[in-house]
Design a protein around this ligand. Sequence first.
Ligand SMILES: [Fe+2]
Length: 230
Amino acid sequence: MIIETFVLSPFQQNTRILACKRTREAVCIDPGEASANLADFIRDNDLSLKAILLTHGHLDHVGGVSHLAKSFPEAEIILHKDDEDLYYGLPSQPMFLGIPQAQLEALGMVYPQPPRLTRDWQDGNAFEFGEHRLEARHCPGHTRGHVVLVEHSERKIFVGDCLFAGSIGRTDLPGGDQEQRLDSIDRNILSLEDNFVVYSGHGPETTVGRERTTNPFLNGTYRMGRGRYV
Ligand SMILES: [Fe+2]
């Protein structure tokens, strides 16, 4: 599988294009910002974009959907229904993060109304492109409708903002829930074998095994109130 990462937006978010080497069918996971580099990469490599797959509805993960969808109007756009309010409310998200109106333009955060979603993720749904298959697992906690996407045959998981190398996603934004987040990570990510490679929405790649043993939020080093992991 081809995996190309683009670090975009003031949040240094990892936008990824995945593609099947044989059929050239591709998907984009979480286009975080309008960037001509995404469409250029797709065209320069003779890829055919089948879908824009969204892990969740935060602005740094969906901010580039409009721009990319203009170049590839046939591509599906898929998000869990519990994050639709965030997605369609994109133009006002910066306000909820406390970003001053006067800075929006300079930060590239004046967003148009995003295009209509074409489908909802349901827990256990899969999206296929070429010889690859991404299974969606509902992982509420960071947002209500967060999903992670598992490619079993390649032993890869795309986790958005659920889990980072050495850390976990914040839960203090609207829709966040600390307990749900830990349950989601347990059930959907730590249930995989140690050699699955983890691709997060921010920061470097890691593995399930490395996070299971060294992530202070998961191995008991950091006691989350009730110390449930010790
Ligand atoms: Fe997020």
